[in-house]
Design a protein. Sequence first.
Length: 290
Amino acid sequence: MQLLDGKKTATEIKLEVAEEINRIKAKGGKIPHLVAVLVGNNGASITYVNAKIAACEKVGMLSTIVRLNDTVTEKELLEEVDRLNKDDEIDGFIVQLPLPKHISDKKVTEAISPSKDVDGFHPWNIGKMMLNLPTFLPATPYGILQLIERYNIETNGKHCVVVGRSSIVGSPISNLMSRNSYPGNCTVTLTHSRTVNLKDITLSADILIVALGKPEFITADMVREGVVVFDVGITRKADKSKKSGYKLYGDVDFEGVSEKASFITPVPGGVGPMTIVSLLKNTLLAAKGK
Ligand code: NDP
C-alpha cells in the first residue's frame, strides 16, 4: 500500500504557487488577493477558513477574512457579495458554507461573480466544467485530480465508484472522472443513500471516492485487493486526549481498508490539504484571468 500523502503534495504545490507569486512580484504585478467571508461561529468553519488564510500567507498571497455575525440578514450578506464582486483589488472570494438557516446557500452562491468564484460552485462554472471548458474546478474534486496526476494513477478504462452525490464533491468528481481526458476516462458509478446493494458496487471499484460524512463507513469487506481509495470525509468527534479536544475521522476504516488498497488517502493529511491548495491555484488563475 502506498499512502497518497496530501500534506506532502500540497506542500510541493504551495512551493510552486509561491514561486509564481514571486515572479509576479518581481515583474511589479498585482499580488493575488483572496477574501473569505465567514458568517457566525461554527467551529469547523472557523478552522477551515483559518487554514485557507494561513495557506495564502505561506505562499505570499494577500488574504482577508470578512467576519459577519450570524444575525446578518440574507440581504446584508448579498450586499457584501456585491461589494466584493465590484472591488477590483480582490481577485477571488469564497463564502464559507454552511450558512445560517435563514440564508439561502443557493442565492448567495449564485450572486458571486463567476470570474471571482474560486470555490467553483457557481452554476456558470459548473456548466463549463461539464462541457470540459477551462474554468475554476470545485476545490475538493480538483484536489483529488491533482493527487491522481502527481501519483501517476492510471484511470483509463477503470471503474470509479463515487459514494455521495453532493454538489460540491460527489457530483462534480463523478463528472470529472468520466471525462475524455487524463485524469478521467473511467466508467463511473455514482452512489447515494438510495443505492441498493452498495457493497456489491464498491467491491467492483478500481477507484473508490468516498464523500458521505459517516465515519469509517467503508470497511475492508466492501473493497477489493488493489483498490485506489480517496477518503473525503471529515467528521470531528470529541476526544479529551487531544489538545484540540476532538479527533478527525474519515469515511473509510483506514486500518482495515489500507490492508487491501494499492493507494489510499489518510484523514487527516489526505484530501483536506489538497482542497486548500486547489483554492490557492484557483485564486492565482482568477488573478491571471484579469
Ligand atoms: P453531503 O453531506 O452534502 O452529502 C452526503 C452524501 O452522502 C449524499 O449524497 C447522501 O445521499 C450520501 N449518503 C448518505 N448516506 C449514505 C449511505 N448510507 N450510502 C450511500 N450514500 C450515502 O456531502 P459532502 O460532500 O458535503 O460531505 C461529505 C463529507 O466530506 C463530510 O464529512 C464533509 O465534512 C467532508 N468534506 C471534506 C472536504 C475536504 O476538503 N476533505 C470538503 C468537503 C466535504 P443522498 O443524496 O441520497 O442524501
